[in-house]
Design a binder for this molecule. Structure first.
Ligand code: HEM
Length: 473
């Protein structure tokens, strides 16, 4: 295992403060800790510490040792036989042999052959969304991308043959995830003020489980299409097949992991492109020369290097998954810290992706930096790294590489001048916190950026339109 040594003569890199600073504003808290202490730090209140791994060496240490560092995705697990316990028992919250075995079981639904089968659903839903876009009007693209991903994830996971039912269950999972977030407020801190609403969560979990279980029963009796649920149902290994209870948890957590992460990545990418006309110009040229105006085939989507660099850079500078958490299962050493069992450890894609020693001028959106950049898996990790790296990464990339070109061949998106663009980490995800208003026009290949206001300027440098704004002031 990799260890990083600390000079014993130096004081430990600890900030004494309020542990709630972290869930209240994860980015501000982590930035401060990283600026103050460097690549490893702790936030301490009374006797309790949260530890932070910042940068490739410590990411490697935490993510490559899955025996010591366990994933704890949900704060509220419910009692042993509850719906809440079964719904929170998916890959994201499993560890050890159980995680390995279940990951193998669901893997078939994420392989290239399976993913190709989801292309018609992606095409249908993007076309349905764009049918509502009227040139000359404004749209909130954060809302559009979230609704699009809600419909698409529901179809891919639960089937196209009954889209209304799939969508209803999707919305319920979404609501359940929100409740978990509101009541959980981070995996390590519990608060008496929020615990009064536990019953609401547990009751809703009962309702949700009934819905998912009835869909599973329908699939077991043979009705249904080439959806993930049907594929996972058919999976076998030498220990047998997946049980209905296990499937409830896998389905809920796959949905939760897929929906907003992909929606936010699409939103941030569309916004960043609109703010960088020279980047859009290059992409426009690529789309015109490589595609014929419609939804790209798999092969065509794989041959769009400019698009690929834009997506990579967007997920570097505004990663939808901004941090993740682990819990130690045995005493270990993290840099200067001897960690007792049950220590909470955070690693952060956002902080790592903004280290100037890895990415010069880190706040700038410069897709061309990827022409000669090949960071290690622990220095660039929008989908995590190690044994629990995102199982849906190839599907997420396919969605982005097909949906963005489909939108941008048809429409030109321009930020509404002086509209607000703000983001905050909510439940580990870097989420837009206001409507992201875009003006929609037919694509004419003439691009101009517009100034925006909001806290986006603390996250990324938006030079072109801002320079004009300052000149005008
Ligand atoms: C751009 C979109 C996405 C991003 C940024 C993203 C990011 C991540 C990250 C960072 C992890 C690792 C978390 C950790 O180590 O604690 C993860 C895990 C996971 N993701 Fe994604 N994800 C995306 C899309 C998807 C999609 C589309 C699906 C499924 C359809 C999915 C399913 C999962 C699952 C099931 C896990 C748990 C894997 C395991 O624990 O073995 N994700 N994702």
């Amino acid at each position: 295992m990799l260890t990083v040594h600390h000079d014993d003569a130096l004081p430990l890199p600890i900030t004494h403060g309020n542990l709630f600073d972290f869930p209240n504003d994860p980015l501000a808290c982590m930035r401060k800790l990283q600026q103050q202490h460097g690549s490893v730090a702790a936030l301490q209140q009374d006797g309790t510490k949260i530890y932070f791994a910042f940068g490739p060496e410590y990411n490697h240490q935490v993510l490559s040792d899955s025996q010591t560092y366990h994933s704890r995705f949900f704060a509220i697990r419910g009692s042993r036989n509850s719906s809440q316990r079964r719904l929170t028992s998916g890959l994201l919250s499993m560890n050890g042999d159980e995680h390995k075995q279940q990951r193998r079981m669901v893997m078939d639904a994420f392989l290239k052959k399976a993913i190709q089968g989801y292309l018609p659903a992606i095409k249908l839903h993007v076309e349905q969304m764009l049918a509502d876009w009227q040139p000359g009007k404004e749209r909130d693209i954060a809302r559009d991308m979230t609704e699009f991903m809600l419909r698409l994830t529901s179809s891919i996971l639960f089937g196209m043959n009954n889209p209304d039912l799939a969508y209803r269950i999707g919305r319920m999972i979404d609501h359940w995830v929100h409740l978990n977030h509101e009541l959980g407020m981070g995996a390590y801190i519990s608060s008496p003020e929020i615990s009064g609403r536990y019953d609401e969560l547990l009751d809703f979990a009962n309702e949700l489980e009934v819905e998912i279980a009835s869909l599973i029963r329908q699939r077991r009796t043979g009705t249904g299409g080439p959806d993930m649920l049907s594929m996972i149902l058919q999976a076998h290994d030498d220990q047998g097949s997946i049980s209905d209870d296990q499937l409830v948890g896998q389905a809920a957590l796959i949905f939760a992991a897929a929906h907003l992460t992909t929606a936010h990545s699409l939103t941030w990418t569309l916004f960043l492109i609109a703010q960088h006309p020279s980047v859009m110009q290059g992409l426009h040229a690529e789309l015109r020369s490589q595609l014929s105006g419609g939804f790209p085939t798999w092969d065509a989507a794989e041959k769009l290097p400019v698009m690929e660099r834009i997506i990579k850079e967007s997920m570097r500078v505004l990663p939808a998954s901004a941090y993740s958490q682990r819990m130690t299962m045995q005493p270990t050493q993290l840099g200067p810290f001897p960690l007792p069992c049950q220590s909470g450890v955070i690693f952060s894609q956002f902080i790592t992706h903004h280290l100037p020693e890895l990415y010069p001028d880190p706040e700038a959106f410069r897709p061309e930096r990827w022409l000669d950049l090949n960071p290690s898996p622990y220095a660039y990790l929008p989908f995590g790294a190690g044994s629990r790296m995102c199982i849906g990464a190839p599907l997420a990339m396919l969605i982005m590489k097909t949906v963005l070109p489909t939108i941008l061949q048809r429409f030109k998106l321009t930020s509404v001048p002086y509209s607000e663009v703000s983001g905050k980490v909510i439940s580990t995800m870097l989420s837009p916190t206001c409507p992201i208003q875009m003006h929609i026009d037919p694509q004419d290949g003439e691009f101009e950026s517009q100034p925006v206001v909001g806290n986006i300027h603390t996250l990324v440098t938006l030079q072109e339109a801002q320079r004009r704004l300052h000149r005008a002031a």
